[in-house]
Design a protein around this ligand. Structure first.
Ligand code: SAM
Length: 315
């Protein structure tokens, strides 16, 4: 379905929980909040996904919170993957539980995973995530490769003074492995809205750190600028929501774990889907697509207008 500015909306990001087993400092508050009681059920998720596919969505990403925290995650994936008209089912995960789930996710119909990883240093990982173990994520990456949840995308949020010294190490992962490392600019939303200016660095810092990277526009996937090391097997992507807004190419809508449609990640507008069925659900989805703003207002001086933290929206 097209929105009012002519963008074809075909990508649904579906959050299945806001619970998470990590508390990344830029993403989630230190205190744990559970809202399992208001989470959409697997049947409701299936119904929303089916209604979205009927309106032209052909790619769905399961996200959270940490989607693997849902005990019924395999059932959810099976239900959504079986819907006619869906081309791609993928998941964004922090990878902590992935080693146990990779094979089963593949069997349940998940095509591939994005794994979030902001450092390759175990001590820094504990600090960034408030207690997570890097080794669990590394095992998860290997299991995802073995299960064929590929190509794997590694999402690295750039934080000036925190992990920009690791840019080359992340880029080096793409030399011999079919991994796509994607550097994402830190966004001032929720927890990070008040962070000091020096934490927010541009994706171009990657090109300064690794001048040997070669641009290949034909590799482009919409929102990322794509590069490769000479002879490199994997790719390096730069996703720059701050320095290079890509709203004109935005083709997605989001649904939160408590059943609110967000037309734009950074607007405060939310449309209730929970409890709607049939034509009422389709109408609400159509209204959400029609409400997609032309662009967001977020920049270095204006934090996101979203009232939620990222773990409550789904990245
Ligand atoms: N738990 C899963 C994970 O860690 O990938 C999925 C949810 S997490 C909210 C999704 C993505 O949002 C992660 O890649 C995370 O790094 C990103 N994210 C969260 N807060 C962010 C921020 N302030 N700026 C940029 N990316 C952010």
């Amino acid at each position: 379905m097209q929105d009012t500015t002519g963008r074809t909306i075909r990508y649904l990001r579906l959050s299945v929980t806001d619970r998470c087993n990590l508390r990344c400092r830029y993403c989630a508050p230190g205190a744990v909040s559970h809202t399992a009681a208001t989470e959409l059920t697997a049947a409701q998720i299936e119904e929303i996904a089916a209604a979205a596919i009927a309106l032209g969505m052909d790619k769905i990403r399961i996200t959270g919170g940490e989607p693997l925290m849902r005990p019924d995650i395999l059932d959810i994936c099976r239900r959504v993957a079986a819907l006619p008209g869906l081309n791609e089912l993928c998941m964004t995960t922090n990878g902590i539980l992935l080693a146990d789930y990779a094979e089963e996710l593949r069997k349940a119909g998940v095509n591939r995973v994005n794994i979030s990883l902001d450092t390759l240093d175990a001590d820094k990982f504990r600090t960034f995530t408030r207690g997570g173990e890097l080794a669990d994520v590394l095992r998860g990456i290997e299991a995802a490769e073995a299960a064929g949840l590929t190509p794997i995308k590694l999402n690295v949020v750039l934080m000036g003074g925190e992990n920009d010294d690791e840019i080359s190490a992340f880029v080096a992962l793409t030399r011999d492995r079919p991994i796509n490392v994607r550097f994402i600019e830190l966004m001032p939303i929720g927890e990070s809205a008040d962070w000091p200016a020096e934490r927010f660095i541009s994706g171009d810092a990657v090109l300064s750190a690794c001048p040997e990277l070669q641009s290949n526009p034909q590799d482009g996937d919409g929102v990322a600028r794509i590069y490769r090391l000479p002879g490199g097997v994997g790719k390096v992507g730069l996703i720059s929501p701050m320095s290079r807004h890509f709203c004109a190419r935005c083709n997605r809508i989001r649904v939160t774990a408590d059943g609110k449609l967000k037309p734009c990640l950074h607007s405060e507008q939310e449309i209730t889907l929970q409890g709607l069925h049939g034509e009422a659900l389709a109408d609400a989805l159509r209204a959400g697509i029609a409400a997609k703003p032309k662009a967001h207002n977020m920049d270095a001086n204006h934090p996101s207008e979203s009232r939620r933290n990222m773990h409550q929206i789904g990245g």
